[in-house]
Design a protein around this ligand. Structure first.
Ligand SMILES: Nc1ncnc2c1ncn2[C@@H]1O[C@H](COP(=O)(O)OP(=O)(O)OP(=O)(O)O)[C@@H](O)[C@H]1O
Ligand SMILES: [Mg+2]
Length: 206
């Protein structure tokens, strides 16, 4: 069962957005997918409440209970898990990374945000898990910015996801309704980016 951890110490980098979009895309691919929200703010869980009875299932779990939550999800037929994590929380990130097959680290391509990648770089190196920075909220035409961001991540020893997510209204408009970008605008750029990211992810998962 693939387990994807979404971590970054920086608030507002796109962890929850990524978690609910990938969890939903996995469900559309036929998975019994589940988003486990380990953030006390419970943003992904709120999204799940707004969404109602549609997949993915969203459950909350304190980081210390994550292993047991995964076990009980598995027993209930879940076959794809995305873990959303809180910002500014080393222990929660460490626990999610420990459970994961692959770690995704969303970040805006800005100096202060990139600087906040360092503690995560240490955590994933220590855990020896495949981890990829996902550039998120990339402004249109920001090629120099993304090039610099890619270099900064590489200098920290982090791999970088080939797919970037642009700064797109469909991401926040859809999330606010318990939906995804593809559900409100199937032919939009945000939907296409998630599609590309999904393809990239399934390849990485083998
Ligand atoms: N690519 C994007 N384009 C436009 N808006 C985005 C994008 N990604 C995220 N957002 C918006 O930015 C805000 C923060 O995103 P999100 O909640 O996913 O970040 P987070 O890392 O989970 O934050 P926190 O650390 O507080 O949990 C949300 O309003 C979300 O809709
Ligand atoms: Mg969040």
């Amino acid at each position: 069962m693939p387990i994807i951890a979404i971590v970054s110490q920086k608030g507002g980098s796109g962890k929850t957005t990524l978690a609910v979009h990938l969890g939903t895309r996995a469900a559309q691919a036929g998975h019994e997918s589940c988003v486990i929200d380990t953030d006390p703010q419970a943003t992904a869980a709120a999204w799940g409440d707004w969404r109602g009875d549609f997949l993915p299932v969203v459950v909350t779990s304190p980081p210390a209970r994550l292993g047991r939550t995964i076990e009980s999800a598995r027993k209930n037929g879940v076959d794809f898990i995305v873990i959303d994590t809180p910002p500014h929380a080393d222990a929660a990130a460490r626990e999610a990374i420990k459970q994961a097959d692959i770690v995704l680290i969303p970040t805006k391509p800005r100096a202060f945000d990139l600087h906040a990648l360092e503690p995560i770089a240490d955590l994933v190196e220590f855990a020896n898990k495949p981890a990829f920075v996902v550039l998120n909220g990339v402004p249109a035409g920001a090629t120099v910015l993304t090039k610099d961001a890619r270099r900064a991540a590489k200098n920290m020893g982090l791999d970088i996801c080939a797919v970037e997510l642009g700064d797109r209204a469909a991401f926040h408009r859809s999330s606010a309704k318990g939906e995804t970008a593809a559900e409100i605008d199937p032919d939009g750029k945000a939907a296409k980016e998630i599609e590309k990211l999904w393809k990239w992810l399934t390849k990485k998962l083998g």
